[in-house]
Every structure is written in structure tokens, then in C-alpha cells.
Design a protein around this ligand. Structure first.
Ligand code: EPU
Length: 428
């Protein structure tokens, strides 16, 4: 298994390019099942999770893959759906072996039942960060008239034609909102989603679906209205930049006292993160379609509570914790989205951080220095956090289990290296 080796102490500077958003690419790829024909997606990040979604689509009979070549070409994907587009007939089934490697595979459920009348999708299990049930996805699809049964670890859903309904989510869910929104796009009549997720990736999916011919309004707010249409058309679409990758790179600049321009980035997507970086003493400015972060000599403590967008994102919690670990004073984190998202704490403590966890609350006492150590990544954002800690630590840090990193960051070590960090991948 590959490792990332970091020698800390370098101040980062320069300009770095952000890839397309993983959490927008995944539902967008799944949405191709809503329309026969050839779909083209650009700025698709080259990530293990995206490759898994392409594999899910291929398993279901689609022709799905990246364009050959390097650079921009390689960031484009084509998905051909249906026999007329030269693919096979859609097999509406997502097997356990794939769903088990990536929970987001469940995003094919809504499109399959809406367009193909039937779906058999393995139930995702829990994962390192929490139990992560999908009851709200199923509640929404049932409200639209899908007949759903759980058998032998699979969700089996059937429907002749879904019909619009009002769905009030009991819990705000990103992929749940996306799944039901995709299904409702082809339902008969009007669907109203209340207590919907407001994340930029939900808005991006709605933008894409509208380009395909859907009639969706209100995405980006907690009330989404969808007027169902009879059919959708494939389109060509470029995916928005990854706000979590951008945020991670801003923290890299902040904790090394660096000066880095991160682009492209949409500042409004990062308001909560920018606010916390400023509280910690960073100078953040919008510049040339991106964000510049200048880290201070001494970082100040700050507190965060993770909540749904536009609140502070749980996907930035581990990275901010690293900043707090080396800030002057004591910071407090309240994790309100996932019950088990503190697996990185024990590893950070091994590097000299002083963090105590009590249920959803972590208290981080800033220390003057971290020291490099061999550490193990437990999930995607934790692995990024450990690399950040390595940038700041004295000596050498070796992060193992970086397959977690590769699920959601496109060559992070190369990007950091380009900014002057001493970081490299050691192939197994
Ligand atoms: N939940 C339920 N029932 C449901 C769905 C969710 O109880 O039916 C709970 C979850 O257990 C969790 C909370 O609701 O406590 C929020 O979960 P949500 O469904 O919003 O998460 P998700 O859609 O599975 C997406 C991202 C995650 C990100 C979360 C929260 C994708 C593919 N994944 O997951 O991204 O952390 O939203 O913002 O969009 C990551 O990129 O590292 C990552 C984990």
C-alpha cells in the first residue's frame, strides 16, 4: 500500500489548481441513467470514487469511461446509456461488491426507478465515520409511489411511473435530497422537497438536470420544487470546483504561515470556512477567480460546530482540527453530522497534539509544535488532515492507508509539492 511521506517545516507559496468536485461528480454521473444517449462531463476529477461510479455504470450495461489523453482531455468522461447509443440495455442492479466500496453508489437508485421502473441496489453498510442509514432516501422514493422492499441486503424498488408528492425530510441529507430530486424529475406532476439539503453540490445537480430538460426550482434553498417531465436529454456539462479540496489547500497555507492562491474557487461556497480562517488570524482575499490565504505568524484558537450548508462543513472538520492543534489557546469542535468522525484524533495526539473527545465534542489545546510520526489514515478527510499535520510538524511524518486519500483528492501530494512542500508518495 502506498504511503505519503512529509517532512515538515516548509512555508507554502504560489498558486494551486483545484479539481472538479467529487461530491458533484458522483450524483451527476448517476443522473446519466435518467436519459438514453451520450452524456459528456468535463472537469471530472480523477479519483477512486469517480472510477467506482464509472464501474457501477458499466456493470449496469452503460459505456462509461474517461477520454484518452492527459490534462483536460483526461478530465472528460462520456457515459453512453441505452442500445441506441451503442451501449447494452440497462441492467438496473448495483451489486454489493461495488456499493460496499462506495456508499454513494446508492445514488443510482432514484434514476433507475424513475427511468427504468425497477432497481435492485445493495444496502450500503455503516462506515468509519458513522452508521449512515438511507431511510430518508427510501422515504422520499416511497412518497413518489415506489414500491420498496428490503431483501437479502438489497433495496428492491419498483414503480410504473412515479408521481409527484410532498416530501418532508426528517433529517437533512445531501445524497438523499439528490436521489429523490433525480427521481422526481421524471415523475408525473409536482414534487416539493421540504427540509432539503442546500449544499452547492445539490444546486449543481439541479443545474445539470435543468440543462437536461428538468423543471427544478429552489435548489440551494431548503424548499425544492420539481415539475416532472416525460423525458430528459443528455448534455455536455463541466463540473464545479471542489470546495473541500479548496478549503484543505487554504488550511495548508494557513498552518505553514504561507501565501497561496487557490483557484478556481467559488468564495460563497466557502463562507463558513473563510470566516473561521479569518478568526484564526489568516488574511483571505478573493483574487483572479480564486482565494488567496496568507497565514499569520501565530494562529489564534477558534471554535466550530459542523452543520449542514451553509454552516461549517463536516468535511472540513479534521483539517480545521489540525489548525487548532497548533493555534494559540484552546479551541472547541462540535461535530453534529457524523457520530464517529474523530478517528484522526488518536493519530494527531501521537504527533504531539493535545485533543480530548467527549461524545460529539472535541477540545483542542494548542501546542507550540507537532512532531512527525508514522500515522494511519482512517477515512478520506482524516488522511488529508494527517498530511496537513505533517506539513507543520518537525521531522518526518509517514501517512499510511492513503487509499482513503485517493478516493477524494486528486494527487494532493503533487499539488502540495508544487507549493514548496517536501512531500512525496512512496509506492508499495
Ligand atoms: N442520515 C440519515 N438518514 C438518511 C440519510 C442520512 O439519518 O437517510 C444522516 C446521516 O447518518 C448523517 C446525516 O444524516 O448523520 C447527514 O448525512 P448525509 O446523507 O447528508 O450524508 P451523505 O449524503 O451520505 C454527503 C457527502 C459526504 C458529506 C455529507 C455531509 C457525498 C457523496 N457525500 O454524504 O462527503 O460528509 O454529505 O455533508 O455527497 C466526503 O466527501 O468525505 C464525505 C463523507
Amino acid at each position: 500500500m502506498d504511503k505519503i511521506v512529509v517532512t515538515g517545516g516548509k512555508r507554502l507559496s504560489g498558486e494551486v489548481e483545484v479539481s472538479g468536485a467529487k461530491n458533484a461528480a458522483l450524483p451527476i454521473l448517476a443522473s446519466s441513467l435518467l436519459a438514453d444517449g451520450e452524456h459528456t462531463y468535463r472537469n471530472v476529477p480523477d479519483l477512486a470514487d469517480v472510477n467506482t461510479m464509472l464501474k457501477v455504470l458499466r456493470t449496469m450495461g452503460c459505456e462509461a469511461g474517461r477520454h484518452p489523453g492527459t490534462g483536460k482531455a483526461a478530465r472528460s468522461c462520456t457515459v453512453r446509456v441505452g442500445e441506441q447509443a451503442g451501449a447494452r440495455k440497462v441492467i438496473p442492479e448495483a451489486p454489493y461488491d461495488l456499493v460496499r466500496t462506495m456508499r454513494a453508489s446508492v445514488l443510482v437508485l432514484g434514476p433507475l426507478v424513475a427511468r427504468h421502473g425497477r432497481a435492485r441496489v445493495s444496502m450500503p453498510g455503516g462506515c468509519a465515520i458513522g452508521a449512515r442509514p438511507i431511510d430518508q432516501h427510501l422515504k422520499g422514493l416511497r412518497a413518489l409511489g415506489a414500491d420498496i422492499h428490503l431483501t437479502e441486503g438489497y433495496v428492491e424498488a419498483r414503480a410504473r411511473r412515479l408521481r409527484g408528492a410532498t416530501v418532508v425530510f426528517d433529517k437533512i441529507t445531501v445524497t438523499g435530497t439528490e436521489n429523490v430530486m433525480m427521481a422526481a424529475a421524471l415523475a408525473r406532476g409536482r414534487t416539493v422537497l421540504e427540509n432539503a439539503a442546500r449544499e452547492p453540490e445539490v444546486e449543481e445537480l439541479a443545474r445539470l438536470l435543468n440543462k437536461m430538460g428538468a423543471k427544478i426550482s429552489g435548489a440551494g434553498t431548503n424548499l425544492i420544487t420539481i415539475q416532472g417531465v416525460d423525458e430528459l436529454q443528455p448534455v455536455d456539462h463541466a463540473i464545479l470546483p471542489d470546495r473541500i479540496e479548496a478549503g484543505t489547500l487554504l488550511v495548508a497555507a494557513a498552518i505553514t504561515g504561507g501565501d497561496v492562491l487557490v483557484k478556481p474557487a467559488v468564495p460563497e461556497h466557502l463562507d463558513a470556512v473563510i470566516q473561521k480562517l479569518r478568526e484564526a488570524g489568516c488574511q483571505i482575499s478573493s483574487e483572479a477567480g480564486g482565494l488567496r490565504c496568507k497565514g499569520p505568524r501565530v494562529l489564534r484558537s477558534t471554535n466550530i460546530t459542523t452543520t449542514e450548508h451553509p454552516g461549517f462543513p463536516t468535511d472540513m472538520q479534521a483539517q480545521l482540527m489540525v489548525l487548532m492543534a497548533v493555534a494559540d489557546g484552546t479551541s472547541v469542535i462540535r461535530e453534529h453530522i457524523f457520530e464517529n468522525r474523530y478517528m484522526h484524533v488518536a493519530e494527531l495526539d501521537r504527533m504531539g497534539a493535545q485533543i480530548t473527545v467527549d461524545g460529539p465534542t472535541a477540545v483542542v489545546r494548542g501546542v507550540k509544535k507537532l512532531s512527525g510520526a508514522p500515522v494511519m489514515a482512517s477515512d478520506l478527510r482524516a488522511s488529508a488532515a494527517l498530511i496537513l499535520a505533517g506539513l507543520r510538524a518537525e521531522g518526518r511524518t509517514e501517512v499510511s492507508r492513503v487509499y482513503h486519500l485517493d478516493r477524494g483528492y486528486e494527487r494532493l501530494e503533487r499539488k502540495l509539492h508544487g507549493l514548496g512542500a517536501e512531500v512525496r508518495r512512496v509506492r508499495a
